[in-house]
Design a protein around this ligand. Structure first.
Ligand SMILES: Nc1ncnc2c1ncn2[C@@H]1O[C@H](COP(=O)(O)OP(=O)(O)OP(=O)(O)O)[C@@H](O)[C@H]1O
Ligand SMILES: [Mg+2]
Length: 372
């Protein structure tokens, strides 16, 4: 039997837990003319949710395009990635031709990846002005298509890393003019994303409806997991599932990974003991990676990280009792360490109405550190 807990962002409705409300909201916003911004910590399931949304949108006759711009460093890279995403979504010769006609001024070259067969485009820009015009032509081309389009740009915060300075304003100007193309902007760097879309001084301010993706509801997640095991011919004890959800803190990727491994390693009937054995083997396997991370930070930062792991999560990371208990120096030092660790994505900062909380970002590493 195939493992039903795939580690890809999305496989099928049946293997995707809940997110019903988010799905409804996203589809409703997009089909009523808004753009949507999705924000959550890493590995909560944003990309999966985009693909899940595409499924519903395609049923409504939308063309859906997905571009991951994580690797883009410049406007050139951005244009290339968007173009390839567009070509990927069009398995239609005449449309591909039209796309190239629309961009004929800059004479892009089309080739096909020898392994995957997916289309690749090469641009050679001589002037900066050409890049802007090309981007504009791409959007104009999309606007002219018969079908409505939803364009998802994943890791959108990356546009702040481009070597050109005004990309945000430029994009905003173009995007504002589109009526047949709506966007999903997706990202995990909350500070950056929130600054782009909720800071009144920034170009994207109020141009999009923001949805924060949270953890999946505990009861729904539990029923989902039990059911997936059952449908694949295995039974798992309820307390074993409770343990998984608690131990992984319901951080989607880690929950999925543990379920994947438990499924892989277990016989037909799974108990709490089986789950604990799988978890030990996962940690044993990950230790070399944790040690690699250890080598990338200072002793003080490591000690601070371990202290937070042992607390699970913490609301007052510079409070005297916490610093004394773990022998961490003064509040000013702690503040500096905290900022550095959040910046390095070793600590996860989350805020709600009661303020901010901090925890070790990688749940497996956090659980391992507890035992140090
Ligand atoms: N609703 C869901 N039900 C079950 N598994 C899910 C769900 N959402 C995500 N996952 C699993 O969680 C993992 C991470 O999902 P995904 O890659 O979509 O997260 P992400 O938020 O885009 O992460 P990143 O910020 O690193 O890009 C994947 O292995 C996926 O299978
Ligand atoms: Mg993602």
């Amino acid at each position: 039997m195939q493992n039903p807990f795939s580690l890809d962002p999305y496989t099928s409705k049946e293997q995707f837990c809940d997110r019903e409300q988010e799905l409804k909201d996203i589809v409703s916003f997009l089909t009523n003319g808004s753009n949507v911004t999705l924000i959550s910590p890493r590995r909560y399931g944003k990309t999966g949710l985009i693909f899940r949304t595409f499924e519903d949108l395609r049923d409504k006759n939308y063309t859906c395009i997905y571009a991951d711009i994580f690797s883009a460093q410049s406007l050139d890279d951005f244009i290339k990635i968007l173009s390839e995403a567009i070509l990927n979504s069009m398995a239609n010769e005449s449309l591909i031709k039209k796309f190239f006609t629309a961009l004929k001024n800059v004479r892009p070259l089309l080739s096909y990846d020898t392994l995957s067969g997916s289309p690749q485009v090469t641009f050679t820009f001589l002037l900066d002005e050409q890049k802007k015009l090309t981007l504009k032509s791409i959007f104009d081309f999309l606007e002219k298509q018969e079908k409505q389009i939803v364009f998802a740009i994943d890791e959108f915060q990356q546009i702040r890393e481009f070597k050109e300075s005004n990309v945000e304003a430029l994009l905003r100007t173009y995007i504002q003019q589109l009526h047949h193309v709506k966007f999903i902007f997706c990202g995990s760097k909350k500070h950056l994303m929130a600054d782009m879309f909720t800071n009144a001084k920034k170009p994207f301010y109020e141009s999009s409806r923001t949805i924060y993706i949270d953890r999946i509801d505990k009861e729904k997640y539990k029923a989902f997991i039990i059911n997936l095991f059952k449908n694949s011919g295995k039974t798992i004890d309820e307390n074993a599932v409770d343990f998984i959800l608690d131990w992984t803190k319901r951080h989607t990727y880690y929950t999925q990974f543990v379920c994947n491994q438990v499924f892989a390693e277990s016989s037909k009937s799974i108990s709490l003991e089986d789950v604990k054995r799988t978890i030990s083997s996962i940690l044993r396997f990950e230790i070399p990676n944790f040690i690699e991370r250890r080598n990338l930070i200072t002793d003080k930062q490591w000690k601070y990280l371990v202290a937070i792991a042992k607390e699970g999560e913490i609301k007052k990371p510079t409070a005297a009792d916490f610093l004394i208990k773990h022998k961490i120096g003064n509040a000013a030092t702690a503040k500096k360490i905290l900022t550095a660790l959040v910046e390095k994505e070793l600590l996860l900062e989350q805020s709600d109405l009661n303020g901010k909380t901090y925890s070790v970002y990688n749940v497996f590493m956090s659980r391992w550190m507890e035992s140090l």
